[in-house]
Design a protein around this ligand. Structure first.
Ligand SMILES: [NH3+][C@H]1C[C@H](O)[C@@H](O)[C@@H]1CO
Length: 626
C-alpha cells in the first residue's frame, strides 16, 4: 500500500470521540466500580426469611441470624434489618460475617472505613463491646476495632463508624468482614443491625467513591465521556422498577435500591451525584439517559406520561438547574455541589428500536418537546434506528448500537462515509465484536461467542474505529460495550475490562480503545483511502498543539502488510510506535492476563517511511512535526 497524507485537515476531532458506556451489568457497579465491599449490605429489596435475604451473610460461632422486616426500621427506604441472637451458652466471638462481592481484598497499606447501624430491640442490660473485624480464610484476625455498647441506651438506631487497619496483607481474597460480641458478655442478647458498609480507600479519595484500580484503568485511557445509567439497566423490569434518579441521591439510608435489569439487586449506592463526581474526577463529560416511558414489563400510556417527563426535567435540573429556581437543583446544592455540573447530551431512553411504535407515536415527541423547551442548550439523542422511523421533531443526534462478528467490523469500516452530511450527528454508543458466528451472534461460547475479547475482534474493532475517526465530522462519540465485568459473576461477554476482588484484567480490545483514545489528536488529516473491501485500514490525525501526528493502522487479516507513507510536511526521523498484535484467537484472561500486550518501539520516520503491520494487529505511529 502507498498512503499519501494530506497536509490540510478536513475537520476537528471531537473531544468526546472516545469514552465509556456504563450500566450496572456483570456486577460492574455494585461489586465493581462502586467501592462498597459488602454484598447485600442493607438487605434491600429482599424478602425476610428467604435464603436470598441472607445472601453473602453467615452466622459466626453459633449466632442465630435472620432478616426481619423491622417494626421501626432504620429508614423508610430500608425496611429490613438483621436480627442476631446470641445463644445463652455462647462463648468466644459470636456474631455475623459477610463474604463480600466474591471475596474481600485485605491490604496492609489500606485503612478501611467500616460502619453499621444497630440497636437493641428491647431494653437490655448489656454492657460490653461490639467488634468489627477483617478475618482471613484461616480464621486469623487481620484487623479489628471495638466499641463500647450499653444496651440500656441503645434502643434507638445508632450508627457506628470504625477504621480498620490490617496488620498484614491477606494471602488471598477469601476473607470476611465480621461484627461480633463476646459470647459470654452477650449471652442471650438479641440485637438488630441495619446497613453495614465497608469501604477501602477510593479513587481520588471520594466519599462513597470508586474502586481505585478499576477507576484508574478507565481514567488511563483519557476518556471524553461517560454514558450512564444504561443500557437495559435504565429501563426496569416494570415501570416502578425503572431507574429513578431521586432514589439514587442523598444519604445511603434513604436509597431503597432496585431490582436491576441484569438479574441482581442494585444498591443505588452508585447514584446520580456519585456518577457526576466520578465523571469530573476522571476528566469526562456525561451522556446522561432519562427514562422514556418504556420498561421491559410495560409502557406508559400517552395520557399518563406527564409525571415521567417531569421526572426527567427534575433529573436534568439536579445536574444543571438553578438552586433558587428548582427543588432538584437545590437538593444538589444541599449535597455540596451548588454549581451546575457539565452536561451537553441527554439520551431519550435506550434502544427504543425495541419499542418503536410508542416512541414514534408520542414518547420521543413528549420527552424531547418538553425537555428541549426547558433546556434549549442541551442536545437530545434518539435511540431508534437512524431515520427509521422518521421521527418528529427530527433528531439531531442518534445513538447507534452494533454487536457483530470481527469481519462485520472490518467490512463496515466505511459505513459512515456513506452517511449524508445533513447536520445529524451520531453516537456509536455500543459496539463490540462478540462472536464468530453471524447466524447466532448472541449465542453461547460453544456457538462462537467470545468469553473475552479476542485479537481478531480487537483488530476488527480497530479497523472500524479508523472509520469512526475519518467520519468524526458526524460521529461525535463512540464506546465499546459492555465496559466492565466481575469475572466471578456476569451476564454478558465479552467485556472490555475484567476484574475479581483484587485484580484487574485488561483485554486486547481495552488496549485498542486506549490506543485510539489517548492518541485521538485534534484534527483529521485525509489520506489515500484504504480499500473498503480490504482488511488493512488506517487513519491519520494531528495535534498542532503538541506538534504530533498519529497514524493508526489496523490489520485485521492473517497476513502482514507493508504500507509506505508519504507526508507533505517535515517530520523528525525519531518516530515511536505502539503495536498490539497476537494470534487470531488470543485473549487476555484471568488465567493469562498478559497474553497480548502493547509493545512500544522507536522507528526511523521522516517524510516517507514504510511500516509493516503484523497480522491481527492494531498500531499507532507517533510522529513529531517541526
Ligand atoms: N443488549 C445490550 C444493549 C443494551 O443497551 C445493553 O444494556 C446491553 C449490553 O450492553
Amino acid at each position: 500500500f502507498t498512503v499519501v497524507v494530506n497536509g490540510t485537515a478536513s475537520h476537528p476531532v471531537p473531544e468526546t470521540l472516545f469514552g465509556y458506556m456504563f450500566e450496572d451489568i456483570n456486577f460492574s457497579g455494585d461489586g465493581g466500580l462502586y467501592a462498597e465491599m459488602l454484598m447485600n449490605r442493607a438487605f434491600q429489596q429482599v424478602v425476610p426469611g428467604t435464603s436470598s435475604a441472607l445472601q453473602a451473610w453467615s452466622a459466626v460461632n453459633g449466632a442465630e441470624i435472620s432478616v426481619v422486616n423491622s417494626t421501626s426500621p432504620v429508614s423508610s427506604a430500608l425496611p429490613n434489618s438483621l436480627e442476631v441472637t446470641i445463644p445463652s451458652t455462647a462463648s468466644g466471638a459470636v456474631g455475623v460475617a459477610n463474604s463480600g462481592y466474591f471475596g474481600i481484598n485485605v491490604q496492609e497499606s489500606w485503612t478501611y472505613n467500616a460502619s453499621f447501624f444497630f440497636k437493641f430491640p428491647s431494653g437490655s442490660k448489656f454492657n460490653g463491646k461490639v467488634t468489627a473485624s477483617l478475618v482471613g480464610l484461616d480464621g486469623s484476625t487481620l484487623a479489628s476495632s471495638s466499641v463500647d455498647v450499653r444496651g440500656a441506651s441503645s434502643t434507638k438506631w445508632t450508627e457506628f463508624f470504625v477504621h480498620l487497619k490490617p496488620s498484614k496483607t491477606a494471602p488471598n481474597t477469601n476473607n470476611t468482614f465480621t461484627v461480633t460480641f463476646d459470647g459470654k458478655e452477650a449471652a442471650g442478647e438479641t440485637i438488630h443491625f441495619a446497613m453495614f458498609s465497608l469501604f477501602p480507600p477510593t479513587f481520588k479519595g471520594r466519599a462513597n467513591g470508586m474502586r481505585m484500580d478499576v477507576a484508574q484503568a478507565l481514567a488511563d485511557t483519557k476518556p471524553g465521556f461517560w454514558r450512564f445509567p444504561g443500557g437495559n439497566n435504565l429501563e426496569g423490569q416494570t415501570i416502578p422498577q425503572r431507574w429513578i434518579w431521586n432514589n439514587t441521591v442523598g444519604p445511603l439510608v434513604d436509597r431503597p435500591g432496585r431490582l436491576g435489569d441484569w438479574g441482581y439487586i442494585n444498591t443505588d449506592g452508585l447514584g446520580l451525584k456519585d456518577y457526576l463526581d466520578f465523571i469530573v474526577d476522571a476528566g469526562m463529560q456525561p451522556i446522561m439517559a432519562v427514562w422514556a416511558g418504556y420498561s421491559f414489563g410495560g409502557t406508559v400510556d400517552a395520557a399518563d406520561i406527564g409525571p415521567y417527563v417531569q421526572e426527567a426535567i427534575d433529573q436534568i435540573n439536579f445536574v444543571i438547574g438553578d438552586p433558587s429556581k428548582s427543588a432538584a437543583a437545590a437538593l444538589r446544592a444541599s449535597l455540596g455541589h451548588p454549581e451546575p455540573y457539565e452536561l451537553h447530551y441527554v439520551e431519550i431512553g435506550n434502544e427504543d428500536f425495541f419499542a418503536t411504535d410508542t416512541y414514534l407515536d408520542y414518547r420521543w415527541a413528549d420527552f424531547v418537546g418538553n425537555l428541549s423547551a426547558a433546556f434549549p442548550q442541551l442536545n437530545f439523542l434518539a435511540t431508534t434506528m437512524t431515520f427509521d422511523p422518521v421521527l418528529t421533531p427530527g433528531p439531531k443526534f442518534y445513538d447507534v448500537h452494533v454487536y457483530n462478528t470481527p469481519s462485520w467490523f472490518v467490512e463496515n469500516a466505511f459505513v459512515y462515509d456513506g452517511f449524508e452530511r445533513n447536520g445529524t450527528k451520531y453516537f456509536e454508543g455500543e459496539y463490540a465484536a462478540i462472536s464468530t458466528n453471524a447466524n447466532d451472534l448472541f449465542g453461547t461460547p460453544a456457538d462462537g461467542r467470545f468469553n473475552f475479547p479476542e485479537m481478531q475482534g480487537s483488530a476488527g474493532e480497530a479497523a472500524f474505529m479508523t472509520g469512526l475517526e475519518r467520519n468524526s465530522d458526524i460521529v461525535f462519540a463512540a464506546s465499546y460495550a459492555p465496559t466492565l465485568q466481575n469475572v466471578a459473576n456476569f451476564q454478558w461477554t465479552p467485556n472490555l475490562i475484567g476484574y475479581d476482588a483484587e485484580n484487574v484484567f485488561l483485554s486486547t480490545s481495552y488496549y485498542v480503545q486506549k490506543m485510539f483514545s489517548i492518541n485521538k489528536g485534534e484534527e483529521y488529516l485525509p489520506s489515500t483511502l484504504p480499500d473498503a473491501t480490504g482488511v488493512v485500514h488506517w487513519s491519520v490525525v494531528r495535534s498542532p498543539s503538541t506538534k504530533q501526528v498519529f497514524i493508526k493502522v489496523a490489520n485485521a487479516g492473517a497476513d502482514a502488510a507493508s504500507i509506505a507513507f508519504a507526508l507533505p510536511f517535515v517530520v523528525s526521523t525519531e518516530g515511536s510506535m505502539e503495536v498490539l498484535t497476537g494470534a487470531m484467537g488470543a485473549s487476555n484472561t484471568p488465567q493469562a492476563p498478559n497474553t497480548v500486550v502493547p509493545k512500544t518501539l522507536n522507528f526511523k520516520a521522516g517524510k516517507s517511511f514504510t511500516f509493516d503491520a503484523p497480522a491481527f494487529s492494531a498500531s499507532v505511529l507517533t510522529l513529531k512535526t517541526e
